[in-house]
Write a protein that binds this ligand. Sequence first.
Ligand code: ADP
Ligand code: MG
Length: 572
Amino acid sequence: MKTAAQLRKLLQEIDHRGYPAYKDTKGSYQFEGFVLHIDHVQGDPFAAPSKLSLSVGGGRAGFPAEYRKEAYTRIALEDYLTRLFSAKIEKGRFGAGSGKSGLVFMTRPGQAVLERTACQIDPAEGDILVRLEVGFPANGRTIRSEGLIRILFELFPACVKEVLTYASLDANRVRRVIELAEDQHTIREALPRLGLCAFVADGAVLPRESGVSDRPMKQAVPFSSPEERRVTLQLPHAGAVTGMGIPKGITLIVGGGYHGKSTLLEALEQGVYEHIAGDGREYVITDATAVKIRAEDGRSIKKTDISLFIRNLPNQKDTKAFYTEDASGSTSQAANMVEAMEAGTSLFLIDEDTSATNFMVRDELMQRVIHREKEPIIPFIERARGLYETEGISTILVAGSSGSYFYIADQVIQMEYYIPKDITVLAKEEAARFGAGEAFLSPRQTDAVWTSPCILRAPQASREFAKGERVKTKTMGRDGFQINRETVDVRYLEQLIDSEQVTALSYYLKYAERYLFDGRRTLTEVVDELCRLTEEKGMAFLAEGSYLPSGLARPRKQEMFACLDRYRGLRL
Ligand code: ADP
Ligand code: MG
């Protein structure tokens, strides 16, 4: 390995030379207390910035070994260090010159705690690796190495010393990060034992600041559980925490417009992730497999068995292996639901407002006029109970206008001025008095509901890949990515919360195309293999060539599935 002094000398020598001379800096350099890796050097000042990483030995970093024993505390610590490191970098900007000259880019996490490539701690040794990007400075295309020398020899050593060294941090703050992760983990673990699919703590702040900010709303009405639903959880650090437990089964959230129904559901959607202290949703924890189901007109569907909900189409199209490049509201929602089942969900989250009405219900009068057998759609209301009783999949449904679901609900929560009330008894009595609910508890509820569609679906690679060939992908923020000329639209996957997850999905897809799509492995086997590799090696196995990009955040298995399901290039 070369020394820092050698790097400094090299940078001084190439000052004022043509930009390509920067290429010689690629390599690893021993600094005091850390190693700087220049993994990839950009070709010109306007290109994507250069990729760098910093590694600190576990002994030197000195974080307590018990903080990294479990993945969930280790990830919380990585997340904390990423936040500190990027905040420090932010303060010292060296931008001057052409293109991205002198800019330092480091991941800035949002409210959720995600596993990321920006900072990784080795579970065994405690070595820390931080990945970031630097625009190597130039004037026009003439190297101005002085700015880079300041970044590498002043900014980075200071950040490493202040952030990646346990001794220089406030040990109490670090401990509180670990304790929150342990408390959150305890709630997650407790849910199945208590027969719950979600928990919302008293005092939680659910609404967000605005449509574009994920921070908590100021002066929000804090959450308060209805007495009937209140449970007390003993957490290792926070002690007794009370809140609303949502039992498994079918739960309706009802109430007048603007009373906070969707806000509660959205908080539950995000409860598959852990949130940082101060977020307001620290103790809002949902079954980690929960999937938001909505209509998604226009999506492509590839050989999905939607016959559970749609059969006997007038055009004779096969709904056991349904194809379309432009799905309707109901077929898209049916596919979303079946695919979520394939992805192993045990909780559907549905908002009537973003659902296809004909997928959700068919009212009495319509049933009388248009006979059942003439209607290809078996609405969700006729399937929901069966899905719970035979497949164990619960549903939490926001219903603003349709009362039909009262008949099949196990519990009914009414939101009133942002405060939930349990109105199960009242709603059931009213439903019984109203009568005619049998139609919704038809024999279809107990059909053997699901014939595994994944057996049919074994994708082939879309083409041959040359050895060492790079497949280009481009992330379009949170909305999707491009792979070759194909756009994968993930905008309606509401539980994807970070563009880094989208970038990671593009890498997972690239990997699957190249190594896993062989016409034999089913989609389920492909995704299981991707998850297994991630568990075993972290996202490092996604690296193409010699380095792993800094901007990847780990998506859930459910979103990996959903991404492959929406890939129009999927060859089945
Ligand atoms: P609904 O789905 O019942 O029509 P929403 O959940 O969309 O209602 O909420 C309506 C408005 O109320 C939103 O602007 C939301 O931000 C706000 N809101 C929701 N919950 C709270 C709360 N606990 N305190 C203050 N405002 C809230
Ligand atoms: Mg709403």
